[in-house]
Design a protein around this ligand. Sequence first.
Ligand code: HPA
Length: 274
Amino acid sequence: MEMKIDRSIEIPFEESIGYLRENFAGKAHEIAVVLGSGLGGFTRHLDEKESLSTTDIPGYPRSTVIGHSGRIMSARVAGRRVLVFSGRVHYYESASTLHAAVTAIVSHFLGIKVIVLTNAAGILNETFYPGDLMLVKDQLNLTSRNVLADLHFPVGNVNPIYSEPMAGLMYEASERAGVNLKGGTYVGLTGPSYETPAEVRMYRALGGDAVGMSTVHEALYARAAGMDVVGISCLTNYSTGITSGKLSHAEVTEIGARVDTKFSGLLTAFIGSL
Ligand code: HPA
């Protein structure tokens, strides 16, 4: 279902949307791809790339996180015109769900119908390994916030948030690309601190398979706006307490860089099948 945004509030990021439309010369993008921490290597596989820095886009929120280059690109992938967000803004950077969902909001107002949300995530499910890719089948939004409330959306059903037909295409793409794609539930938290061992035990008990600090508000907004939502988690590390090592953001971005080949292969195969 598509829920209508409350017209009494202004279109969020209207200036940014206008600027992108102008600078990408009105090109019609079919798909949006949001690249998570350490996954920016995908941008090397883009054809006919035009790139803007988010710092030059009026009204666009700033990201300060290492591993997020803060660029928006218009390019071709497997013959499709794709809008690529290299880097995103996290809830913990400004405590704003609208900032956290800016990629989805901008994509919607540019007329894009499919959004692929990728992220780096910690492993909760012990059958998974660092370097695995996981299709997000559902989410646990444990941020205690909902971007749809902040945008005055009415009560409504957004299930399933993650498109089942798109999931089917993603599994087919994984076979063609020779990638062993896992599947599971993504737990979305505010961050910025990593979880405690007690929290990790709780998230596992709740049915979470991977945990991270992004994606859930983008997915909620995109789905409510009538887009098809696809989620891919790059599992970079075991969550706190599952192994004894100390987790760092450097480890997260390093694994992201190592999975670049299979991640990019999977995404390209998927986009080619749309
Ligand atoms: N926890 C939360 N977010 C993350 C993690 C983690 O272990 N790894 C990558 N992003």
